[in-house]
Design a protein around this ligand. Structure first.
Ligand code: ADP
Ligand code: MG
Length: 557
C-alpha cells in the first residue's frame, strides 16, 4: 500500500468549484441527480464491459444505486456496485476536467453570476456539484476486476487526498458531509422526492433503506424509482396496453392516444423518441404559447417538461418524450434554443410524425379523418412554418370541394390531382368566410360548367395557408377570384373566338361602368367565368385578396 498523498486540483477544477458553489446555490438539489446519474452510468459501463467478460459481474450481478442518510453523522451516502475506478482513473476523473472545450468554456466566463451559471449548466456540473451541499466529500472506490481500492477525500478547496483502502465490494461509495445550510437533505423523504422527480425512469433500481408503515427502519433496501424506462425497452417487447398506459401518465390524459411512434435513432446523433398523437384536443390547443408537449430526458434522466425546441409549433398537439444521449445533463432552455443536437432531434421527430400521419391517411382514411377534424387547423400552420416539409404537410391537408357535397374537409390534394382533366394544369381554390359563401360564389359558375373541381376554403387560417402554399407536386395553386384567371388550355378554339367577339361588343358599356364607379375600382373587365350571375368582384394577382383584406381589417390594420 502506498502512503496517503495530497494532490492539487487542476486550475480549471478550482475555478469550476468556486463558480458552482457561488452560482448554483439556488438549485442545490441537482447534486443528487448528478451523483445518482453517475452511479447509473457506472452500472451501464459495467454492464457493457461484462458483455465480453462476464466474470466482472462476479457474484454481485444485481446492479443498484443506494442512497441513505445518517442524521447523527450529518452525512448522506450514494453507493453503487458499478464499474468503479482505479487509482489513475480517480485522479483523472475527480481531479481534472477532461472534457473537450474546457478552455473555451473558461474563456467565456465573465464574472456575471447569472450568465456564468447558465454557462456552467451548459458545460455540465457533474461530480463536482457535490460541493454545492457538502463541506467534505469522500469517495471510496474499487474497480471491477481489481482487488485494491482507493479513497479520495476533499474539502473542495485547492486539493484532494488519496490513499489505499480495503473495500469489500466492487463499486463506488460517495459520502457527503453536509454543510450547515444543506441539512434538509438528511431527511430521507426529501431525498426520495428528489429521486422520483429526476431519476424515476433510470433503468437501474435506486434504493433507499426499507421502512415500515410507522417509518421505522427495517432490514434491507427497497427501490424508490419505478424501474425500467418504457422507452428504453425493445419495441417488440412492449404491448399496446403498456404504450397506452404510459401515454396517460406522460400526457396527463384520461383518453387513449390515437397513435404513437417509438424510435431509436443512432448515427451522428443518438436519441430515443416516444411520440403520441392524442385523440382529443387539449383545452389550450389554440394558445400558440402553451406547449406542454415534449419532455426532455438526457440518458434517461429527466431534464425538463415542455421542451418547446423539440417540436415545431404546428405540431404542438404531439405528446411524449425524447431522450438524448448527446446533450449535457445540465442543459438549459437557452442552450436548447440554438443547438445542433436539438435541431437534429427536432427535424427527425418532425419527419417521424409527418410520415406516421401520412401512413395513417393511407391505411385508415376514417381514423385519419378523425385526426384531421381535431387537429387539421393546427397542421395548416405548417406550410408557413416549415418550408422543408411543405410538400409532405400539403399532402396531409384536407379540403371541402365542389366534388363533394359537404362542408366536411375530406378531399386531399392527391385525390384532386387524380381527378384533374388532362389539360388542367392548376389547382383551383376559393377562400371565403364560410363554406356556403365559398360554395355559392359566382366565380365558380364557369368551373361547374366545365366540370372542373374547386377547393372550398373557409377557415380563418386558410388565407394565410394559401399565401404560403404556391404549388403541390409541381401544380400551382390558383385562386378562382383572381382577376386574370385564364383557363388557358381548358378553353377550346371556338370558345376563345366567342370571347373575343364579346369583349369587342362590350367596349362601350365597360367605359361607362368605369366612369360611373370612378376610383372605387381599378378597372372593369369582361369576364367569361360567369354563367348565371351578371357580375362579380375580383382582385388583381398581386393585390391582397378580399378575404385577406377582411382579416387585416378585423385585426385593426
Ligand atoms: P460526466 O458524468 O459527464 O462524465 P462527472 O463530473 O459527472 O462527468 O463525472 C466525471 C467522471 O467521474 C465520470 O465520467 C466517471 O468516469 C467518473 N465517475 C463519477 N462517478 C462515478 C461512479 N459512481 N462510478 C464510477 N465512475 C464515476
Ligand atoms: Mg455525470
Amino acid at each position: 500500500t502506498r502512503q496517503a498523498e495530497t494532490h492539487g486540483f487542476q486550475t480549471e477544477v478550482k475555478q469550476l468549484l468556486h463558480l458552482m458553489i457561488h452560482s448554483l446555490y439556488s438549485n442545490k438539489e441537482i447534486f443528487l441527480r448528478e451523483l445518482v446519474s453517475n452511479a447509473s452510468d457506472a452500472a451501464d459501463k459495467l454492464r457493457f464491459k461484462a458483455l465480453s467478460d462476464s466474470s466482472l459481474l462476479a457474484d454481485d450481478a444485481e446492479l443498484y444505486v443506494r442512497v441513505s442518510a445518517d442524521k447523527d453523522a450529518g452525512t448522506i451516502t450514494i453507493s453503487d456496485n458499478g464499474i468503479g475506478m482505479t487509482r489513475d482513473e480517480v485522479m483523472t476523473n475527480l481531479g481534472t476536467i477532461a472534457k473537450s472545450g474546457t478552455a473555451d468554456f473558461f474563456s467565456q466566463l465573465s464574472g456575471d453570476q447569472a450568465k456564468d451559471s447558465r454557462l456552467i449548466g451548459q458545460f455540465g456540473v457533474g461530480f463536482y456539484s457535490a460541493f454545492i451541499v457538502a463541506e467534505t466529500v469522500t469517495v471510496r472506490t474499487r474497480a471491477a476486476g481489481a482487488s485494491e481500492a482507493v479513497e479520495w477525500f476533499s474539502r473542495g478547496e485547492g486539493e484532494y487526498e488519496l490513499k489505499d483502502i480495503e473495500k469489500v465490494k466492487r463499486g463506488t461509495d460517495i459520502i457527503l458531509k453536509l454543510r450547515d445550510d444543506a441539512t434538509e437533505y438528511l431527511d430521507e423523504w426529501r431525498l426520495k422526492s428528489i429521486i422520483t422527480k429526476y431519476s424515476d425512469h433510470l433503468s437501474i433500481p435506486v434504493q433507499m433503506p426499507k421502512r415500515d408503515d410507522d417509518n421505522n427502519k427495517q432490514e434491507g433496501w427497497e427501490a424508490v424509482n419505478s424501474g425500467q424506462a418504457l422507452w428504453t425497452r425493445e419495441k417488440s417487447e412492449i404491448s399496446d396496453d403498456e404504450y397506452k398506459e404510459f401515454y396517460k401518465t406522460v400526457a396527463h390524459d384520461f383518453d387513449e392516444p390515437l397513435l404513437w411512434s417509438h424510435n431509436k435513432v443512432e448515427g451522428t446523433s443518438e436519441y430515443t423518441s416516444l411520440l403520441y398523437v392524442p385523440k382529443r384536443a387539449p383545452w389550450d390547443l389554440w394558445n400558440r404559447d402553451n406547449q406542454h408537449g415534449i419532455k426532455l430526458y438526457v440518458k434517461r434522466v429527466f431534464i425538463m417538461d415542455d421542451a418547446t425546441q423539440l417540436m415545431p409549433t404546428y405540431l404542438r398537439f404531439v405528446r411524449g418524450l425524447m431522450d438524448s444521449a448527446d446533450l449535457p445533463l445540465n442543459v438549459s432552455r437557452e442552450i436548447l434554443q440554438d443547438n445542433k443536437i436539438t435541431r437534429a432531434m427536432r427535424n427527425g421527430s418532425t419527419k417521424k410524425i409527418l410520415s406516421m400521419l401520412s401512413k395513417l391517411a393511407k391505411d385508415d382514411a376514417e381514423k385519419y379523418q378523425e385526426f384531421w377534424n381535431t387537429f387539421g387547423a393546427v397542421l395548416k400552420e405548417g406550410p408557413a412554418e416549415d418550408h422543408a416539409n411543405q410538400e409532405t404537410i400539403a399532402g396531409l391537408l384536407r379540403f371541402a370541394s365542389t366534388h363533394e357535397d359537404t362542408s366536411e374537409a375530406k378531399v386531399s390534394l392527391d385525390a384532386y390531382i387524380e381527378r384533374m382533366p388532362e389539360k388542367q394544369d392548376k389547382i383551383y381554390y376559393i377562400v371565403a368566410d364560410s363554406y356556403e359563401a365559398a360554395r355559392d360564389n359566382p366565380a365558380l359558375e364557369i368551373f361547374r360548367k366545365k366540370g372542373i373541381e374547386v377547393l372550398l376554403l373557409s377557415e380563418r387560417i386558410d388565407e394565410w395557408l394559401m399565401s404560403h402554399l404556391t404549388e403541390y407536386k409541381e401544380k400551382p395553386f390558383q385562386s378562382v377570384t383572381r382577376g386574370d384567371l385564364d383557363l388557358g388550355e381548358l378553353d377550346d378554339a371556338e370558345t376563345k373566338k366567342e370571347h373575343e367577339q364579346a369583349e369587342k361588343a362590350f367596349k362601350k358599356p365597360l367605359k361607362r361602368f368605369e366612369e360611373a364607379l370612378g376610383d372605387k375600382v381599378k378597372s372593369v373587365r369582361v369576364t367569361h367565368r360567369l354563367t348565371d350571375s351578371p357580375a362579380c368582384i375580383v382582385t388583381d394577382e398581386n393585390d391582397m385578396s378580399t378575404q385577406m383584406a377582411k382579416l387585416m381589417e378585423a385585426a385593426g390594420q
